[in-house]
Design a protein around this ligand. Structure first.
Ligand SMILES: *Cc1c(COP(=O)(O)O)cnc(C)c1O
Length: 438
């Protein structure tokens, strides 16, 4: 968290600094699972409270006028690097800063920012990086609200876009970037992997290689952004594969209990600072209470995701052998050699969200969904509880029929996010629900 010590600048009595964090022991670098319990927080600064209090305050008292001036130079970007102290809760706060420090640990990111939702993280990042006349190159499909933001909202401000299918080859990706270069300044390459609900992985390494081949080290080289909500931060760490900014809906696996809405952006300090300035201006920061909840969630992130991933592997292996099932589209069963190759190079696990295609149509899907006893019928994913939904009539209802067909969002498709329950109990639930199809 921000070090609020201004003694050297102001000559006032120094405030106590947080104890330096212990990041390694005897040359052994501590793992994220360990750092989640204390990184970025010193109990001595909060009356010894083992857990950080929730700082319900809209503003922070300055040590001196000079300290206030210096903090504002940081907040407004007059001095790069953000504020060195706590200023006003639209800019920063202790709960948010501790959670940001801990989130950054998972991907070894230089810096991280929290937002009031995944969409406000995406919107703030995009608005910070585009100007009229720019082109955004993106993988397709994207989360529907992200596609709407790029196509409909940024379009109003003279920003255009070109896309390539998520599973495109390096050559295909390169051709699209090259075409975009001929249209205007390429503001960014925006990815989402795996694509939802097709579960197709994007070759991030190929995107970065093509970008570098086309732009070199030039100042006009567009940053690669990636929405890592479905696999991060445990199973996919795109910064390690050359992406510049990773974006999250922390509402999903990171929050993990279906009880908060939050977003995050991780990356280099230089890029994150540009987005921070926009967040400071428009106020898309997460509130302290949700930041505290997120902090609690991060302590069990590895446990939860590991368990959910193991459960999903077991459930999917069982599901695909059932007579009522047409196919299971799950990252653990790559659909072709190219997807297998991308998976092997990028992923440490197959996640716990997949698509189940039943034999039949809407009636069969509805019969299955309505019969579930453990799995809840709800959209969203990444929570401790198993959720099931029907994309064609729910999340993707407004997608035109042709596009639905191209994305294989059929009436017989059920989307499932596996949670942390007992895997055999889940299988028992799916078994009786499949039997209920009749
Ligand atoms: C849910 C989701 C979002 C939006 O996040 P919110 O927290 O709901 O605003 C963005 N991208 C992906 C991939 C998502 O699943």
């Amino acid at each position: 968290m921000t070090d609020n010590n201004e003694a050297d600048l102001t000559g006032t009595t120094p405030r106590r600094r947080p104890k330096p964090d212990i990041m390694e022991i005897g040359g052994r670098r501590l793992k994220p699972a360990t750092l989640m319990m204390g990184h970025g927080y010193d109990p001595a600064l909060s009356e010894g409270a083992l857990k950080p209090p929730i700082f319900l305050t809209s503003t922070f008292a300055f040590e001196s006028a000079a300290a206030g001036k210096r903090h504002f130079e940081g907040v407004t970007g007059i001095r790069p690097g953000g504020s060195e102290g706590l200023v006003y809760s639209r800019f920063n706060g202790p709960n948010q800063e501790i959670a940001e420090d801990r989130l950054a640990v998972w991907e070894d990111a230089e810096d991280a920012l929290l937002f009031s939702s995944g969409m406000s993280a995406i919107a703030t990042a995009l608005i910070a990086l585009v100007q009229p006349g720019d082109v955004i190159v993106h993988s397709a499909p994207l989360y529907a609200a992200t596609e709407g933001l790029i196509g409909k909202i940024l379009g109003k401000f003279g920003v255009s876009w070109l896309d390539f299918p998520a599973g495109a080859t390096a050559e295909e990706i390169g051709a699209v970037i090259e075409k975009a270069k001929g249209i205007g300044r390429v503001a960014m390459i925006y990815l989402e992997s795996p694509a939802n609900p097709t579960n197709v992985l994007v070759d991030v390494e190929a995107v970065v290689a093509r970008r570098d081949a086309l732009f070199g080290e030039g100042a006009d080289s567009p940053p690669v952004l990636i929405d890592n909500t479905f696999l991060g931060p445990l199973w996919h760490k795109p910064l390690a594969h050359g992406a510049d900014l990773v974006i999250y809906s922390l509402t999903k696996y990171a929050g993990g209990h279906s009880d908060l809405v939050a977003g995050g952006v991780l990356g280099s300090k230089a890029l994150v600072d540009r987005i921070r300035l926009m967040r400071n201006t428009i106020g898309t920061i997460l509130d302290p209470h949700s930041a505290w909840m997120l902090l609690r969630s991060l302590e069990t992130l590895e446990l939860r995701m590991t368990r959910a991933g193991e459960n999903a592997a077991k459930v999917c292996a069982w599901l695909r052998d059932q007579p009522q099932v047409e196919k299971v589209v799950y990252l653990g069963f790559p659909e072709n050699a190219r997807q297998q190759d991308i998976y092997d190079r990028h992923c440490a696990g197959a996640g716990s969200t997949f698509s189940l295609y039943l034999k039949g149509g809407e009636a069969e899907s509805f019969a299955f969904l309505d019969a579930l006893k453990i799995a809840k019928l709800a959209v969203s994913l990444g929570g401790t509880e198993t959720l099931a939904s029907h994309p064609a009539v729910m999340t993707h209802l407004s997608v035109p029929a042709e596009r639905k067909k191209a994305l294989a969002i059929g009436d017989n498709m059920v989307r499932i996010s596996i949670g942390c329950e007992d895997a055999d109990d889940l299988i028992a639930d799916f078994e009786q629900a499949l039997a209920a199809i009749g």
